[in-house]
Design a protein around this ligand. Structure first.
Ligand code: SF4
Length: 171
């Protein structure tokens, strides 16, 4: 992907995550319908993030005022803490995106780590050539979703129950 295409397509980590979770959620979020702050589920996740790792030395990097990345000082790993394992694939792609983004900024050879404190589990995430291709395809598809004039149709799934937009879609 050329630099100019990347500059035109780059998004925050949340968008990458939502793209994997639900295209409608991505559309609603990117069209300023941000209900996440009032969601109990999200607050729980934020609380867990604060309490589980507050004692560990880490640096929070805000890059381009767009992506916020936690780097553990002991290992140099890019760490993402998740409350639930249910949307693991989305969390994995989010971390891969951070690694991809940082590589484009000249910071390469970083390794990512997904942490699920409730399950006491960690998973290493590596940026491979295949993953880079996946991210570039995802960025192009995210733009397609954002450019839609109206949100994709709601489709019921297990995640809807815990989604901040649940009432909006199904109420
Ligand atoms: S409630 Fe379900 S359909 Fe609606 S945005 Fe959330 S995940 Fe998507």
């Amino acid at each position: 992907m050329t630099e100019s295409e990347f500059e035109a397509l780059k998004v925050g980590g949340t968008e990458v995550n939502y793209f994997m979770v639900c295209r409608r959620k991505l559309w609603l979020y990117t069209h300023r319908l941000d209900l996440e702050r009032s969601s109990e589920q999200v607050s729980l996740g934020a609380l867990l993030h604060e309490t589980a790792y507050c004692r560990l030395p880490k640096r929070e990097l805000l890059v381009d005022s767009l992506i916020k990345v936690d780097i553990m000082e002991s290992s140099g790993k890019v760490v993402e803490v998740k409350y639930s394992q249910k949307m693991e694939e989305a969390a994995r792609l989010q971390v891969i995106y951070y690694l991809y983004y940082l590589k484009r900024k000249g910071v390469s050879e970083l390794v990512g780590e997904l942490r699920f404190p409730r399950q006491r589990r960690r998973e290493e995430v590596v940026l491979t050539e295949e993953n880079e291709g996946k991210i570039e395809t995802t960025l192009r598809k995210i733009k397609e979703v954002k450019d839609l004039l109206s949100p994709p149709k709601a489709e019921w799934g297990a995640i809807c129950r815990r989604c901040a937009y649940s009432e909006f879609c199904w109420g």
